[in-house]
Design a binder for this molecule. Structure first.
Ligand code: FAD
Length: 447
């Protein structure tokens, strides 16, 4: 049995390792277009903040380890450019060849979006998606005097990089097209996060559309639609990701939402014996059951294992995803889960009630802590929990979202949440957990 895997990071290497462990008789070939495999992309913004650490620290398992210890036929600098139902076409620096397969996994991930801004590619512009990108930024930061960085994109990576560059003493401007940082969050929560960024010296240029990058000598600036400009030494573009799926879709594999690869519950694509997992493919939403595109690390690792089980002949359904995610913003944390940021044909038909409470993160008798905002959404008639967001002090807030995610994924209602038996001890929280207070307040609103 020849199993071919395209892409050697979270989804691809999870699958490859699982198959080699459980079916040592299978031949597992991993085709990776870059020179790197298995690294922690999520740690890149924090690695960049620390001059004493090398980007090599982000590498989890080396190519040699995969080849020599796990017996995986790993081929670096091998890019798959097309696929048929029997083989893939592989381009290397020296040649091109056909690689036949019995089972194929596409785990090609995502790539950084290139926003439609004139002159965006060029000197003194950084992107941050791959380890190669992080290496370039680190080298630039080490070699050159960089005082100011303008970041285009106020998503999680933009915020993380604002924090990291501030820690390095750079002056940071965060640029965003929308007027609010997270337009889907309650106004108060947004304001709190924006205030935290400003309090730490980050300049916010929101509600402004970049149209062009000007480069004159060493000077680089973003020109906005309203003709104003923001100067910087470097511009970092982190305005989202898109699935790296064209080569497969143009070969005839059916596309899914957001130009990702469409898969069924077993992660099989429209080509028989061809599976897809991770940031290149879609998933089912745990709340609505509809297809969504959710490029997150746990899904990639988990779906890699699910695809492996299916390729080994053990039918395994991929669990749906809740979309739970979190980010630190200096001394604050934000976490969201379920339906907070997307409307769908299903939720459009529902009457949705939302509510936010602000409570103390710790018991009254215990010093420290801070205010925690808990925002919940549920369906009016059934009380079905749909989603929520939590914003509060660092190390005290975001992890609470996991409890909410559990209730949502079990199709629980606001009453189920209210009746949960959560922990209490003064240093860790009040006797009525912030989630229980939020549920109780929402129940009053439903009456
Ligand atoms: C800066 C940053 C911070 C992040 N932080 C978080 C976080 O805090 N939490 C979280 O859940 N997620 C986070 N993520 C997202 C997370 O890293 C991804 O969800 C995860 O890496 C996806 O894994 P993957 O294997 O699907 O794809 P990738 O990690 O993108 O790997 C795909 C691999 O396929 C290779 N490839 C692509 N096309 C081809 C081809 N045609 N032929 C051969 N090889 C190919 C690529 O070179 C790549 O090595 C972050 C991502 C970034 C960039």
């Amino acid at each position: 049995m020849i199993v071919v895997i395209v892409g050697g990071d979270a989804a691809g290497m999870s699958a490859a390792s699982q198959i080699r462990r459980q079916k040592p008789e299978y031949r597992v070939i991993v085709l990776e277009k870059s020179e790197n495999v298995s690294y922690g992309a999520c740690g890149m913004p924090y690695n960049l903040a620390d001059n004493s650490r090398d980007t090599d620290d982000l590498k989890v398992i080396s190519p040699e380890n995969f080849i020599n210890k796990r017996g995986i036929d790993l081929r670096l600098n091998h890019e798959v450019v097309s696929v048929t139902t029997e083989s893939v076409t592989v381009k290397t620096p020296d040649n091109q060849y056909e690689q036949p397969y019995d089972k194929l996994l596409i785990a090609s991930g995502a790539r950084a979006s290139r926003p439609d801004i004139e002159n965006i590619e060029g000197e003194n512009t950084w992107f941050l998606h791959t380890l190669g990108d992080a290496e370039k930024i680190k080298e630039d930061l080490r070699q050159n005097t960089i005082s100011g960085v303008a970041i285009i994109g106020g998503g999680y990576t933009g915020i993380e990089m604002a924090e990291s560059l501030t820690a390095l003493g750079k002056s940071v401007t965060l640029v965003k097209r929308s007027k609010k940082l997270f337009p889907f969050l309650p106004e108060m929560m947004n304001q709190r996060i924006e205030d935290e960024l400003k309090r730490n010296g980050v300049k916010l240029e929101f509600g402004k559309t970049p149209v062009r990058i000007n480069r004159t000598g060493k000077r680089i600036s973003i020109v906005f639609e309203d003709k104003t400009e923001t100067d910087a030494d470097r511009i970092l573009v982190v305005s989202g990701v898109e699935p790296a799926a064209e080569a497969f879709i143009s070969s005839g594999i059916k596309p899914g939402i957001a130009n990702s690869i469409q898969t069924d519950e077993f992660l099989e694509t429209s080509f028989k014996n061809v599976y897809a997992a991770g940031d290149c493919s879609d998933a089912f939403c745990a709340v609505t059951g509809e297809k969504i595109y959710e490029p997150l690390a746990l899904k990639a690792n988990r779906y890699g294992k699910v695809a492996a089980a299916n390729m080994m002949g053990n039918p395994t359904k991929a669990p749906p995803v809740s979309g739970a995610s979190a980010v630190r913003i200096f001394s604050l944390e934000l976490a969201v889960t379920g339906i907070v940021k997307r409307s769908s044909s299903m939720t459009d038909k529902m009457e949705i009630v939302s509510n936010m409470v602000t409570v103390n993160s710790r018991a009254h008798a215990f010093p420290g802590g801070g205010k925690m905002d808990v925002h919940l959404l549920c369906e009016k008639d059934s009380g079905l929990l749909l989603g929520g967001a939590i914003c509060g002090p660092f190390r005290e807030s975001a992890l609470r979202i996991d409890a909410l995610t559990s209730v949502i994924m079990m199709k629980g209602s606001i009453w189920d949440l209210y009746n949960m038996d959560y922990i209490y001890t003064p240093p860790l929280g009040p006797v009525w957990s912030p989630l229980l207070v939020a549920a109780g307040d929402m129940i009053k609103k439903l009456k």
